[in-house]
Design a binder for this molecule. Structure first.
Ligand SMILES: [Mg+2]
Length: 235
């Protein structure tokens, strides 16, 4: 069996994110924990930020708001959130990642989200070691508290920049994502897979020749049987 470099997006792809992704969940967790101690304006700002991000109105500006909102948050808080969110990765999906690793595929996570969250979530789900590389935007931490963020991959096109720096041959790459932030990578990879758990993305991506899957386990079949002569599944 051919060994692939499998490049995963995180939120919405590895971590089911309906209705909230890991960053939105983080803001909500802090809102719930500190509700009574938080200034009403700050509380309102946080809620507006989640709403606008869900409506895709903020894009990369959300990252700046998010990092700002989390300043002075203890690192242990992030651990607690990650532990909770790891439960969203099902036992079945965890087994698939372990199987793909066992088959010898080289796997990486490249995300426009917060890598401190994705690393911890994967660790608590027991699958961090399945991935040779986990990249994203990283908190700056001083004395156990968040003090800012290094924006390493703020934009979708930054994912592709990183892939090019890593010198990955697109013929050997399977890219898997769930939407907007994955398009540059999906358009680049030899095998581009769109995960559509709820079956509502087909129309939005009908101009693209992406293979569509509704669950992670379909990747096993794609890695085993994909042949370039086969017409991509229609979406
Ligand atoms: Mg995503």
């Amino acid at each position: 069996m051919k060994k692939y470099i499998i490049i995963w997006d995180f939120d919405g792809t590895i971590l089911p994110s309906d209705p909230y992704d890991s960053e939105q969940e983080t803001v909500m967790y802090i809102l719930n924990q500190m509700s009574k101690r938080m200034h009403p304006v700050r509380r309102l700002f946080a809620k507006a930020m989640i709403y606008a991000d869900m409506k895709k109105m903020l894009r990369r500006r959300f990252k700046k708001f998010f990092a700002h909102f989390l300043i002075n948050t203890k690192v242990e808080t992030i651990d607690g959130i990650a532990k909770m969110l790891a439960k969203k990765i099902s036992t079945e999906d965890r087994e698939i990642f372990l199987k793909l690793k066992q088959y010898g595929h080289y796997m990486m996570v490249i995300s426009c989200g917060t890598v401190d969250l994705s690393e911890r979530i994967l660790r608590y789900a027991g699958i961090e070691n399945c991935f040779n590389l986990i990249e994203g935007n990283r908190f700056k931490i001083e004395s156990g508290h968040i003090v800012g963020m290094d924006f390493h991959i703020p934009d979708p096109k930054d994912k592709l920049k990183l892939i090019k720096q890593l010198n990955i041959n697109q013929e050997n790459a399977i890219a898997i994502g769930d939407g907007y932030t994955d398009r540059p990578l999906l358009d680049w990879a030899k095998i581009a897979v769109l995960i559509d758990r709820a079956g509502e993305k087909k129309a939005r991506y009908s101009d693209k020749k992406y293979l569509t899957i509704s669950s992670i386990n379909e990747i096993i079949d794609i890695a085993e049987n994909f042949c370039t002569d086969v017409t991509p599944l229609s979406i």
